[in-house]
Design a protein around this ligand. Structure first.
Ligand SMILES: [Zn+2]
Length: 147
């Protein structure tokens, strides 16, 4: 389970391990109080170096809760906005935008098709970007192949 904080990736880079831990964070699993539990490194598109991501540990259930910058899904280095932009370009222009590997972008499109299949059924034939937005609103990682 990942706890999302509204911290932009740039401020995470600037702060590094000097991250100011917000007080009063509660565990998404049990509602227990969270305590700072160190950092893990993460990589994001456009950042030349690894970013230190804070972690918490729950005082009651002892689970570790990670933090991601706002606008990023767990296990994705590209922002949700960049993924959507890439998919929109592909669907409109029938080719991938330059600057990112086509295979990576194809992975996102295949992930979206998989999520649509799972959430809306095999016979679904709507607009892919509308489905992307709807899945995002529902809290689904719309470009992920993981179900
Ligand atoms: Zn807990």
């Amino acid at each position: 389970m990942i706890l999302f904080l509204s911290v932009c990736v740039k401020s995470l880079i600037e702060l590094g391990r000097r991250y100011e831990w917000p007080k009063g964070q509660v565990c998404p699993h049990c509602g227990g109080r969270l305590w700072g539990h160190g950092f893990v490194s993460g990589w994001f598109d456009g950042c030349p170096q690894a970013v230190w991501l804070p972690r918490y540990r729950c005082s009651i259930c002892r689970k570790v809760v990670g933090v991601r910058p706002a606008g990023y899904w767990s296990r994705f280095q590209a922002s949700i906005a960049d993924i959507r932009e890439s998919l929109a370009h592909r669907l409109k222009c029938r080719r991938w935008p330059s600057g990112r590997s086509p295979s990576r972008q194809r992975h996102w499109l295949n992930g979206l098709k998989k999520q649509i299949q799972v959430r809306f059924g095999m016979g679904w034939e709507g607009d892919l970007l509308e489905a992307f937005d709807e899945l995002c609103k529902a809290g689904v990682r719309a470009a992920s192949r993981a179900v």
